[in-house]
Design a protein around this ligand. Structure first.
Ligand SMILES: [Zn+2]
Length: 569
């Protein structure tokens, strides 16, 4: 078998374009056909595939699965690299087991679970960002029918192939050059003497009247944010910016929802974003005391691993990541995965830039983004020049704009350094995330046929008792709150007889089976009142069989997968 390092196309040290990302996935699929299934979840309007690679021994057999995705937002390329690194590490569990950097009980558990990796949810968006630097929130298209209002159309205007920023001198400008770094624009204060600047995206203005410059919008000419387009708690655009016309209106989100609906075996769901250096967990819509407290204990375990291996803090979306107070985000992917698919789901903002700048943690994590000071950004610019090859702050170049006259173009390119970690740090980010991802994946339930007993009961009849047990961390339902989800059926067992005859029911409902894990800080370490649960992790299927032959027993559920046993009677 080829070595994984020989098959790598460099995603731990570069941000791959679509062609290279596709080639990476195909390379793995061709080298390890017994361990992989590569499928397209959707075809984008620009003709690209949203790839999902399933990885695991016997990849067609349904069993507990761990999901990771990245790059739902166009500029958040590091998520793709981390997702590809997780795919490579998942392959390593099987093809280079001696090189796996995980405790053996965890690695052994992982060899029996499935991984679903979607490295790039928005390949069209990522491609526009990689090629031109143009700001694209998620997908690079605009299908709005309302076209009458003047607006910015982003794109290259000076012919260098890039669509970065334009600055225009204006006494009423909000920005001024920092004294500490030539060309660096910072927020103006009363003490500044100018010159002052307006800052616009590189591009042109549709319906320009020659005088009034419209506000550039963050979502600009690409109004749908896929991470507001998922069906759980979706709300229309006038209530939630970026929502799209209706839930899962876009092929990319639609493809994910269709796959997830057909695959209730997804127990954990990691959604990679950039940037900030934080894990954002549910609940996004209420305080922690309104959350299922057993779920919360499991998230505390995830939090402990995240702190240990990455140094990133964990916050709830509601407590520390609302852009507006008391206005929960609607239609986002991780809330869909938790509330509607019952997964241990969360978003990770990769790249702890604020910590690098030495900023003090504000009361709410989201305030970091607002509190970057002039000194912080000067520090960032010097760091960029010294350690990031000056990628983030290229020089301004004078240009005669067809609508605005004298402008300067260039200046800011946030792709590598702000939106994403610098290339020399990417490998470390991938490794740190793998330590957490694989531990969370190892929480999956594990069904076993633990014991088979045969008791002759007279008249040629044998009572066969099959003990089905869950020896995994989570219950067969997943997180405790997922018990109420309609697809979350109880474990059942079905038997078929050969050369003998079943007397009585062949189909038996066994119920959900608890796991042994309950999360962190549940009091289980204190032997003041010793005792655990009874055998709530096991159940018996009992069959009466007349004659001698073979009984085939299949036990499981759509969510926990199925196991089989052959019983000689
Ligand atoms: Zn994002």
């Amino acid at each position: 078998m080829p070595a994984l390092s020989d098959l790598s196309l460099g995603f731990r040290a570069a941000y791959l374009d679509y062609e290279r990302l596709t080639a990476q996935l195909r390379t793995w699929a061709e080298a390890f056909p017994h361990l992989t299934r590569l499928q397209s979840l959707a075809k984008t309007p620009e003709g690209r595939d949203v790839w999902l690679i399933a990885i695991g021994r016997d990849p067609d057999r349904i069993r507990p699965a761990a999901w990771a995705d990245g790059n739902v937002h166009a500029g958040e390329l590091a998520g793709s690299s981390v997702a590809l690194a997780l795919a490579e590490d998942a392959l390593r569990l099987h093809v280079e087991p001696d090189a796996v950097d995980l405790p053996e009980p965890i690695a052994a558990r992982l060899r029996d679970i499935l991984f679903y990796i979607v490295p790039r949810i928005s390949p069209d968006g990522a491609e526009h960002v990689l090629r031109s630097g143009r700001i694209v929130r998620s997908v690079p298209r605009d299908t709005r029918v309302d076209r009458g209002t003047p607006r910015w159309v982003l794109g290259d205007v000076d012919g260098d192939g890039l669509a970065l920023s334009m600055r225009v001198k204006d006494p009423g400008g909000e920005l001024v050059e920092a004294a500490g770094f030539p060309g660096l624009l910072v927020e103006r204060t009363l003490e500044d003497t100018g010159p002052f600047y307006k800052l616009y995206p590189e591009g042109t203005i549709e319906h320009f009247d020659g005088k009034r410059v419209p506000n550039p919008l963050y979502v600009g000419d690409n109004p749908v944010d896929l991470n507001r387009n998922f069906p759980w708690s979706w709300a229309p655009t006038h209530e939630q910016l970026g929502a799209g016309a209706f839930p899962a209106s876009e092929p990319e989100s639609r493809g994910i929802v269709e796959f997830a609906t057909a695959h209730p075996e997804i127990f954990t769901w990691t959604n990679f974003h950039t940037f900030g250096g934080v894990l954002i967990r549910p609940p996004g819509h209420s305080p922690d005391d309104k959350m299922d407290q057993e779920d919360l204990a499991i998230f505390r375990q995830v939090e402990a691993w995240m702190t240990e291996h990455t140094g990133y803090p964990t916050v709830s979306g509601y407590a520390e990541f609302l852009y507006e107070p008391d206005k929960p985000l609607r239609g986002d992917l991780s809330e869909y995965a938790y509330n509607q698919r019952g997964a241990i789901a969360y978003a990770i903002e990769l790249w702890d830039l604020f910590k690098r700048l030495g900023m003090e943690r504000p009361p709410k994590f989201v305030q970091y983004y607002d509190r970057v000071s002039r000194a912080d950004v000067v520090k960032l610019a010097w760091w960029d020049r010294d350690e990031n090859e000056g990628r983030t702050f290229p020089k301004w170049r004078p240009f005669q704009h067809p609508q605005l006259g004298a402008v300067e173009i260039g200046g800011i390119d946030p792709r590598v350094g702000i939106w994403n970690p610098p290339l020399h740090e990417l490998a470390r980010v991938c490794t740190a995330q793998a330590h957490v991802f694989f531990r969370v994946a190892a929480l999956a339930p594990k069904l076993e046929i633990a014991k088979i007993d045969r008791h002759p009961v007279g008249e040629g009849i044998t009572r066969v008792e099959v003990r089905v047990a869950n020896t995994g961390y989570l219950g067969t339902y997943g997180v405790p709150s997922a018990k109420h989800l309609d697809f979350n059926e109880p474990i059942y067992a079905t038997a078929t007889a050969q050369r003998c005859e079943l007397v009585g029911a062949s189909h038996q409902v066994l119920g959900h089976l608890d796991g042994w894990g309950r999360g962190l800080h549940t009091g289980a370490n204190l032997p003041a009142y010793p005792g655990t649960r009874g055998t709530t992790h096991a159940a018996w299927a009992t069959y009466l069989v007349r004659g001698a032959g073979v009984l085939d027993v299949r036990a499981g559920s759509a969510r926990a997968g199925f196991i089989t046993a052959r019983v000689e009677v």
